[in-house]
Design a binder for this molecule. Sequence first.
Ligand SMILES: NC(=O)c1ccc[n+]([C@@H]2O[C@H](COP(=O)([O-])OP(=O)(O)OC[C@H]3O[C@@H](n4cnc5c(N)ncnc54)[C@H](OP(=O)(O)O)[C@@H]3O)[C@@H](O)[C@H]2O)c1
Length: 320
Amino acid sequence: MRYRKLGKTDIQVSAVCCGTMAMASAGTFGEQDDELSVQTVHAALDAGVNFFDTAEGYGDGHSTEVLGRALGDRRGQVVIATKVSRQHLAEPDLIQACENSLRRLRTDCIDLYQVHWPNHNIPFGETAAVLEKLRQGGKIRSWGVSNFGRADLSEALEAGHPEVDQLPYSLLWRIVEHEIAPICVANEVSIICYSPLAQGLLTGKFARPEDVPPERSRARYCKEAADLSFHVVNELRAASEELGQPMADLALAWLLDRPGVASVIAGMRTPEQARENARAADLELPPEVVDRLTTASQPLLDALDTNPDMWQAGENSRYR
Ligand SMILES: NC(=O)c1ccc[n+]([C@@H]2O[C@H](COP(=O)([O-])OP(=O)(O)OC[C@H]3O[C@@H](n4cnc5c(N)ncnc54)[C@H](OP(=O)(O)O)[C@@H]3O)[C@@H](O)[C@H]2O)c1
């Protein structure tokens, strides 16, 4: 496992992070057995993963609770990232949300506390001041943002220093490369990538656009450019067969090579997925494979607009 530094901190995280959204047992990924989630967390730990991402919004705290239970006495070995929901960004709500997450995680300090989505009704300076207060009080070790576009990230950088911007980024969704990634690179804000497997499409589990389950086909690469997306999937499949490595590992390794990326948050719901995804951190792709995948995904990037919101198009975009 390779480890990398988060932003300007001295926090070292595994290049592959364990995403726990499916452990909510609700929403996009459907039901999940808690015991299987606990085993998945243990398999990730055993494979060298020290970075875990959750959110108070995942199953109304359920994913966070399961993660806290699974970590148990191994808490000291890991970096816990969680997120505060956009409706909790004013002072009393933010402090209460932090306390709730600490309790669910069974810890006294959150390593990385992220603002899940911007709330344009609350000036970010107010939120940043509370986050700093929490940091100085030892409740959190560092803070970051998620889903912050060019304008929001610039506002955050005026208010303080977010250590990360957690963004949707994969071979099927490279839109962050247009504007956000260069700002992150210039300001030592680590990019941590969510949905790096395009919610499973890049693992090869769906052969055709019609096979993608409805909850997952809401993503705009499916709705607006399914054929071009499956062209990328097919190229990835061919490259994976030639290299003799799983598609998921190629997709994650390609992403880990992009400028500014510190870690990829792969959703994991079984011990097998945890072990396989963790292996991607040690996969060094030959430069011609990197080029092949970059070239294969370029027509898709060109066909999509520049709105990074993976689900909401046009004026409904939550990015600014
Ligand atoms: N900040 C945000 O707004 C935001 C939004 C979304 C996600 N996230 C974070 O990012 C994490 C990952 O995103 P994601 O779950 O949307 O998408 P993802 O990582 O792209 O895909 C996860 C899905 O891919 C499948 N999978 C994973 N590894 C596999 C493997 N080795 N072999 C076969 N299938 C595999 C599983 O599907 P099956 O269910 O079919 O097994 C899993 O549910 C989340 O858990 C969460 O922590 C953050």
